[in-house]
Write a protein that binds this ligand. Structure first.
Ligand code: PLP
Length: 382
């Protein structure tokens, strides 16, 4: 059986494996789509691959333990996780969404969720009074993401959860940027935590996947029903890869964190840079909240160059960094949210929240920090 530990490094290595006849140290990949019933009317643990699969169950158990919840779910993509979770809400419900967030989440909420009749309202939840004032009798859910992608703004999850509890509102948090290694939203009062496991949890840029965990039994039953009814669960091979990635999450996150902070401090010394958006810097307006709510800052952050032309030049000249979307892999990536990750957000919305052409987002890898800095330096000076 899995080793239970209060230490996340141990959980990452030991959570999830199942006993098997050969004593396999790593969980087997069960590809079978169907499972024999013991007898008429009596199924074993699993009956059909959409409803459940041993390899997926191993990952789901691991996700639940990492986030401190009672049940975890693995989905085909991060967006499949979110698409499933929003089915908890119905036509006529009022749903509050933080206004600066992952572009794909924005698109899903602004299109699919709205079309289905949910009254979606985007507000800036850094302003807690605004959040309090926005709650109506039919408000059913609050969607948060912190730190936000790509602006690195933080939301005070404890305060938001407290406001929501007063009004019986379900709180959800996208914890993709930090992973449970640096932030545990359920411990802070959130009801459901969501992940794009594509990012840090898998960590090797070779899977797309999603996750959700809750500590509320009623919500766990509903999400399980939806995952089965909608068929949004993750394939066994991909579950295996995410589980394998999780085993090294703590060591990867420590290096991502140290490299990103060192790069952020170096960027602050450069004349090409107007502003560095990193919650670990004292200059970050929410640095105190960061220290209180997170145990590390992660490996992804953004900075503003003097103008969009400089961004174009720098991004055309990187050699080790790859000009690519996504984040959370062992390799360093760089991108311009204005033309890449955030084009799914209308131009006026991007400008209103501060996603302009001078903004650059980096996913700092685990290469040696000297090589990371040297690559950006040569790209700036090219
Ligand atoms: C990538 C990402 C998602 C979407 O996940 P996919 O696996 O690409 O579907 C959601 N939220 C955040 C913060 C992300 O970075």
């Amino acid at each position: 059986m899995a080793i239970k530990s209060k230490n996340i490094a141990t959980t990452c290595v030991h959570s999830g494996p199942m006993p098997d006849a050969h004593g396999a140290v790593m969980p087997p990949i069960y590809l079978s789509s169907t499972y024999a019933f013991e007898t008429v009317g009596k199924q074993r643990t699993f009956d059909y691959g959409r409803s459940g699969n041993p390899t997926r169950f191993a990952l789901e158990t691991c996700l639940a333990e990492l986030e401190g919840g009672i049940r975890g779910f693995a989905f085909g993509t991060g967006m499949a996780a979110t698409a499933t979770l929003i089915q908890l809400f119905n036509a006529g419900d009022h749903f509050l969404v933080h206004d600066d967030l992952y572009g794909g989440t924005y698109r899903l909420m602004a299109s699919v969720m709205t079309t289905k009749g949910v009254d979606v309202e985007f507000i800036n939840m850094r302003d807690l009074d605004k959040l309090r004032a926005a709650i109506r009798p039919n408000t059913r859910g609050i969607w948060t993401e912190t730190p936000t992608n790509p602006l690195m703004n933080l939301l005070d999850l404890t305060a938001i959860a407290a406001i929501a509890k007063e009004h019986n509102v379900i709180t959800l948090c996208d914890n993709t940027f930090l992973s449970p290694y640096f932030q545990r939203p359920l411990d802070l009062g959130m009801d459901i935590v969501m992940h794009s496991t594509t990012k840090y949890l898998n960590g090797h840029s070779d899977v797309v996947g999603g996750g959700a965990v809750t500590n509320n039994p009623e919500l766990a039953d509903k999400i399980g029903m939806l995952q089965n009814a909608m068929g949004s669960g993750q394939a066994p091979f991909d579950c295996f890869l995410v589980l394998r990635g999780i085993k090294t999450l703590p060591v990867r996150m420590d290096v991502h964190n140290a490299n990103a902070l060192a790069l952020a401090k170096w960027l602050q010394t450069r004349p090409e840079i107007k502003e560095v958006l990193h919650p670990g810097l004292e200059s970050h307006p929410q640095h105190e909240l960061a220290k209180r709510q997170m145990s590390g800052y992660g490996g992804t952050f953004s900075f503003r160059m003097q103008n969009g032309e400089m961004v174009k030049k720098a991004l055309s000249n990187v050699k080790m960094f790859t000009l690519a979307e996504s984040l959370g892999g062992v390799e360093s990536l760089i991108e311009q949210p204005w033309t890449m990750t955030h084009v799914s957000m209308p131009e006026d919305v991007r400008i209103a929240v501060g996603i302009t052409d001078d903004l650059v987002r980096v996913s700092v890898g685990i290469e040696h920090i000297d090589d990371i800095i040297a690559d950006l330096q040569q790209a700036f000076e090219a």
